[in-house]
Design a protein around this ligand. Structure first.
Ligand code: FES
Length: 93
């Protein structure tokens, strides 16, 4: 049995990130990735935030543990980051 603890991925869907390229699209991409996984063993936990206090650098995302901050994201970059953070669990998709 794995002791893997799924990272928490927080995607900003606030107004400034929306204006910068839409955190909502990033959220939907990651939601689709999560939908492919075993719901009993999620490779990551996905949440939204109204603001991550990095408005000038959006779209933004934070991954815990580690408070890892990612800026100027698009859907492809966010997916690649989350796949790496959640490996090896997402690698099974
Ligand atoms: S609106 Fe996204 S960081 Fe503030």
């Amino acid at each position: 049995m794995s002791d893997f603890q799924p990272p928490r991925v927080i995607v900003c869907t606030g107004v400034n990130c929306k204006a910068a390229g839409c955190g909502q699209r990033i959220y939907r991409r990651l939601e689709a990735l999560l939908a492919e996984a075993d719901p009993l063993r999620p490779p990551f936990l996905l949440r939204t935030a109204n603001c991550l206090d990095m408005c000038g650098d959006g779209p933004n995302m934070v991954i815990y543990p580690g408070n890892r901050r990612y800026n100027h994201l698009d859907e492809d970059a966010a997916e690649a980051i989350v796949r790496a953070a959640a490996a090896p669990e997402v690698g099974r998709l």
